[in-house]
Design a protein around this ligand. Structure first.
Ligand code: R5P
Length: 296
């Protein structure tokens, strides 16, 4: 089935990558922001009977979710047969539990809102911790793209004698996989988070890492306090500046400067979130996933 790929403004690069690989047509969603910050969304009128994929980066989600939801509704209003979402970063997944009575479990709420608006979803390494699979929150056709192989290729091409380091126990799953692909050993640090910007890590035995260049691998860099604490420990232990490689480089506020000041070497991310550190494009993997969904 051929699709029409609609880019949210600012996400044309990803949409172009998808369109080229899927060999299909596309356009950009029109967005007018009113003085009160509400938006008017306009999609192309010629979507009758089409299968539409809306491409939307959803980091900083509070200003981006509503336009994407409106684009889906508008596409249906002009006759689109099915409307899917390609959101390389799936927001709000970290709040997956009510730690205090009254807290919203945003992972479930946001996934439900997306499910109501879209027929299917493609995303890259959603932060799933207590929730096991994407299907457990987005109850419908969906594909999770794993960036691990791309991170591994970057490390293999750029770092001689690496040791792959995970900043916390949660990262063990993808750190072990990346290390295996690179053919390098891995270690996992222990993290204690006391607040949004207050993180401590401790370093277990680093014997396997001797004489190697550490490469910190994480799914998300948000405040960069986790990576910065890990970098400082490794530097204190006498290692060269660690490379920092992440799937989603959110870099909130002064995060990037904090990480550099901690003593990081190269800082590299995929382009699921726009940032100056983007070096690893995910469009080829997104296109494969969309194509398999369309075929299904
Ligand atoms: C947490 O479980 C994630 O895998 C990341 O380690 C975390 O989101 C990083 O956050 P920050 O950059 O704010 O320390």
């Amino acid at each position: 089935m051929t699709a029409t790929v609609l880019a949210m403004p600012g996400d044309e690069d990803l949409a172009t990558g998808l369109r080229q690989r899927l060999r299909c047509a596309g356009d950009v969603v029109g967005l007018h922001r009113f003085p009160d910050e509400e938006v008017r969304v306009t999609v192309p009128a010629a979507l009758d009977g089409r299968h539409v994929a809306v491409v939307a980066r959803l980091d900083r989600p509070d200003g981006r979710l509503v336009p994407a939801l409106l684009a889906a509704a508008a596409a249906r209003d002009v006759g689109a047969r099915r409307v899917g979402l390609v959101a390389p970063y799936l927001p709000y997944m970290r709040q997956d539990h009510a730690f205090q009575p009254g807290q919203a479990v945003s992972a479930h709420v946001v996934a439900r809102v997306l499910r109501d608006a879209f027929d299917w979803l493609v995303t890259v390494d959603p932060h799933l911790h207590r929730i096991r699979r994407l299907e457990d929150v987005f109850v419908g056709p969906c594909r999770t793209v794993h960036a691990g192989p791309l991170l591994a290729r970057w490390i293999a091409d750029h770092v001689a004698r690496p040791v792959v380091v995970g900043p916390d126990e949660e990262s063990e799953q993808w750190v072990a996989d990346v290390a295996r692909r690179v053919g390098a050993p891995h270690v996992v640090l222990r993290k204690t988070r006391r607040g949004d910007r207050d993180v401590e890590v401790s370093v277990p035995g680093l014997d396997v890492a001797g004489g190697r260049t550490p490469v910190l691998v994480d799914d998300i860099v948000s405040t960069a306090r986790t990576m910065s604490a890990a970098v400082r420990h490794l530097r204190r232990a006498g290692f060269p500046p660690p490379a920092c490689v992440a799937v989603h480089g959110i870099f909130a506020g002064d995060a990037y400067e904090t990480l550099l000041a901690a003593g990081a070497g190269a800082v590299v991310t995929t382009d699921t979130v726009r940032h100056g550190t983007n070096e690893i494009p995910v469009a080829p993997l997104l296109a494969e996933a969309v194509s398999s969904l369309l075929a299904g």
